[in-house]
Design a protein around this ligand. Structure first.
Ligand code: ADP
Ligand code: MG
Length: 419
């Protein structure tokens, strides 16, 4: 009996929709690529490279553009005998300090047998090793630090670009390329870091629907068989993407989700309906993830607001959320937060799109206040919050959700997972 059979009717190459796929060409980024390429030109000229700072929201092609240009740069640099180019690419997600980055850099310059421990040295000695290893490598060394907004101190962002000027390096010509997903990161840099790192700044703006369409068409051609995508699919994915955040990653994910839904149904055409359903499924996933990432007090605040909403009390002011939150916290054996901190949690929920906020005027006295209401379906929220419900107990208002279609006794998590 055959249990597994290939189902390749929809996809020619599904992997082309995955995060790690590197497209051969970037579409619709000509201006940024031109600036970026010009900033890298000194490398080919055998000159001291520029330090480059790239910024823009997630999914706007910063990493893709960097990999694309650096692979060309490597290839083209190989044509010149007098250029000895090394590229070190480091994603800083999961790294929080200059120390961690410096040890990673040292190890990437060393052989397997000579790796250093990632703890235990004074920072100054790690830098000493780094300069020595860089000089031993020699030539031009480009260090790419992607997602540098994860790093909490800026020592490395000062040390690397300044190493030559400070006399730490003699033979190696080093250039730093810093990439940030966070706009405020640049503004928060100290002036001395800013002036050395941000020699060349390149901003990647969000994509509009037209850009996203071109990107999706390019990717769709690789990923799907001919005539599998019906005409509305790509424009719709692009329109949603532009409305959300202008994030190409998100749009590609949506296209893949739509393709997967069609495949699961054993149809050979992806339709508009698959896109709409895919979007809902992804949205639910994001909200769930958002709720999972909240602290315990975040959950308690959300539980309080959710039950107030079900009681018909929403929209509700922060001070009216407070009594119920306080009671829930006590039931859960936690010390309630002060009002201000509780309000911060409400704002965070609003930022995640779980809660809606409206400003109200106090009438003639002129003050304003905010009111909060739930902006997501109850079952979805509850499914991500069962631990809190268990801790606090089942509030009357959610009883019907918790006991719903539950013939086999007490509620289990399965009862709440998405339909
Ligand atoms: P960022 O680093 O800015 O967060 P990425 O470079 O990772 O964004 O891009 C997100 C996804 O979108 C990747 O799969 C990338 O290949 C794709 N992508 C982004 N911009 C383009 C483009 N201009 N042309 C083709 N694909 C792109
Ligand atoms: Mg990136």
């Amino acid at each position: 009996m055959v249990l597994f059979e290939r189902d390749n009717e929809i996809y020619r190459d599904r992997d082309a929709l995955r995060e790690d796929y590197q497209p051969d060409e970037l579409v619709g980024r000509d201006e940024e690529l031109q600036t970026y390429q010009a900033a890298l030109q000194p490398v080919i000229n055998g000159e001291q490279p520029n330090n480059i700072f790239l910024y823009g929201k997630t999914g706007v092609g910063k990493t893709a553009a960097t990999k694309y240009l650096l692979s060309h740069l490597r290839e083209d640099a190989a044509q010149y005998d007098d250029i000895d180019l090394s590229v070190i690419f480091l994603n800083c997600d999961g790294l929080t300090s200059s120390y961690q980055i410096a040890t990673r850099l040292v190890n990437s310059l060393r052989s397997e047998a000579n790796q250093i421990s990632t703890t235990g040295y004074p920072l100054a000695s790690v830098y000493e090793m780094l300069w020595e290893d860089l000089d031993a490598r020699g030539g031009t060394v480009l260090v790419v630090l992607d997602e540098i907004d994860h790093v909490n101190d800026d020592s490395i962002l000062y040390q690397l670009p300044r190493a030559r000027a400070n006399g730490d390096l003699e033979t190696a010509k080093i250039g730093l390329i810093g990439i940030s997903n966070d706009f405020s990161f640049r503004d928060d840099l100290s002036p001395k870091v800013k002036s050395s790192l941000c020699e060349q700044e390149i901003h990647f703006p969000a994509y509009n629907a037209e850009n996203l369409r071109a990107i999706l068409e390019q990717r769709g051609d690789v990923a799907f068989h001919d005539d599998v995508l019906s005409d509305e699919v790509i424009p719709l994915c692009a329109a949603y993407g532009a409305k959300d955040a202008g994030d190409a990653r998100q749009s590609i994910d949506l296209l893949m989700k739509a393709g997967d839904l069609a495949r699961d149904e054993d149809t050979s055409v992806v339709t508009e309906e698959h896109v709409r359903r895919g979007r809902r499924a992804l949205e639910r996933g994001r909200i769930k993830e958002g709720i999972n990432g909240l602290t315990e007090h975040g959950h308690l605040v959300l539980y309080a607001l959710l039950t107030l909403d079900l009681d018909g009390e929403a929209p509700v002011r922060s001070r009216d959320v407070r009594p119920r939150y306080t009671r829930f916290a006590e039931l859960a054996n936690r010390d309630p937060l002060v009002p201000r901190r509780m309000r911060d949690h409400l704002s965070e929920l609003a930022m995640l799109g779980i809660v809606s906020v409206s400003e109200r005027n106090e009438g003639r006295r002129g003050g304003t206040y905010r009111e909060y209401a739930l902006d997501m379906d109850v079952e979805l929220i509850l499914s991500a919050m069962m631990e809190t419900v268990e801790l606090v107990g089942v509030h009357d208002s959610i009883a019907s959700y918790v006991e719903d279609d539950d013939a086999e006794g007490s509620p289990t998590l399965e009862d709440f997972t998405e339909v």
